[in-house]
Design a protein around this ligand. Sequence first.
Ligand code: 6R9
Length: 562
Amino acid sequence: MSQRISEVINPIEDTYNLSNYEEIRHVYDWHQAGEDLRFRDTGKVNIAYETIDRHVEDGYGDKVALHYVDGETRTSMTFREVKEKTDHYSRILRSNGVKKGDRVFIFLPKTPECYISMLAAIKIGAIAGPLFEAFMEDAVRDRINDCRGTLLITNRDMVSRVPQNDIPSLETILYAEDIEAAPVEHGGEQVEWMDLEDGMLIHYTSGSTGKPKGVLHAHRVMTHQYESGKWVLDIRDDDVYWCTSHPGWVTGSVYGLFAPWLNRATIVIQGGRFKAENWYQLIADLKVTVWYSAPTAFRMLLSQGDVLKDYDLSSLRHILSVGEPLNPEVIYWAWERLGVRIHDTWWMTETGAHLIVNLPGEKIKPGSMGRPFPGIEVGILDEAGNELPRGSVGQLAVKTPWPGLMKEIWGNRDKFDSYFKYEGWYVSGDLAYQDDEDYVFFQSRDDDMINSAGERIGPFEVESKLIEHPAVQEAGVVGKPDPVRGELVKAFIVLREGYEQSDSLLEDIRIFVRNNLAAHSAPREIEVMEELPKTTISGKILRRELKRMEIEKQKEAELKKV
Ligand code: 6R9
């Protein structure tokens, strides 16, 4: 019998077993959370104030708040400079008629102006709507229309993709270049004091099903973001923290801006496209210590192999991942090549901050997303909403409420209610199981699970195994409808450079999965693609799209027979 990698070497489990998790969970209490946040003393709240202004008041005005890197461009700004800029932007928004509760959209590349615009809108009580920089005109229009945005901040480079009409609510378009060039006034308190339940951020989710939903968060989300920044990102005062996501994706706003800055971290904002050399260079030059990215990016780095040996990456202390299943292969790669573990985290746009995490120093089980964040209770539910025993696969749900939970889905009460169909639970739409030590293992989205001849097969497990094969760079696995087995396992793969497609190679890959995972999990069919379909913002592999293509193909074949 062949052995699984995790049975042969498991540095992850052997090295770390500090396990004070039980203890932390036991004493943790949301009511005491966010102790350092000022609203605890004053009763007055604004997340933009807590994120930036508070640090200046506390004497950290000269600390570097951000490093900005884009090609040859390298600049830095202190917390005082960020505060002053935010005030400047806030004044201009006010003079353009923005009021408490208005929706202000931000359509900018990953630049300091993007982050400052978001904070400026929130500071004066408006709701910030960050848009992903690669959106085309229709996507921008749909989102602004949905929640009747009144003002858009963009720049002239994006102009061709900024809709000029068909948005009745949109009164003003401001260009960041003009705001930057406008004379700066001084003085005058800009902060609008808000209620904890007042809205501050609206994120449209990727919309792989139906039209995008506007997930609204209230100022209270800050407690959860602050706490997870402190415990999960493990931010310390001399850290240089880099989250690679654009704020148009919730990871880029919550863990690119709010959580690190609530914890007074020096952050990195990097422009430009992904290139392994540039990323490694950035880490080496700025001595990045805490790094938050996504499995797709790690897999791309992994597939570039030896590029990494030319860079000094020894500054890295802590690495985190989010957004899609983190393949064990990637964890082992980072452990071997960087000497650092990758900590998976699970959460959703709707949940406001981390729910399932790997706390630093705790045992990691590759293949699992980690354990519930202290203060969070997870349940695995059956179709009737009853909790299933440990080890059974079911709907991943979370006990309500918690501080980060969304306030509403904009203008869509039915959609909002659909998350709470079982009394006392938030239902995520993911399928998972939990083991006896509380670790949660992601299986798939509710509709991705493959059932072949009565065997439940999680596509993630098969994909992880596939990319352990030296020829496979990326893999997406779906259930292909099959008259005999119900479904059969079909794999779509991208080959690594230097590998040619051939029958014998595909057979070798199939046998590799059969031998290393399980016979019933081995793909009956393997198709080689140039690239896999992915969501635009977060780069998740769109299994549903692969499945749709597959079903289309089958139909065509049927028609040809007649
Ligand atoms: C933060 C974010 C949420 C969905 C979620 C799940 C998937 C997120 C994951 C993960 C496996 C992880 N997801 N983290 N799947 N392992 N660590 O991603 O938000 O874009 O709203 O997506 O992403 O399916 O339900 P969002």
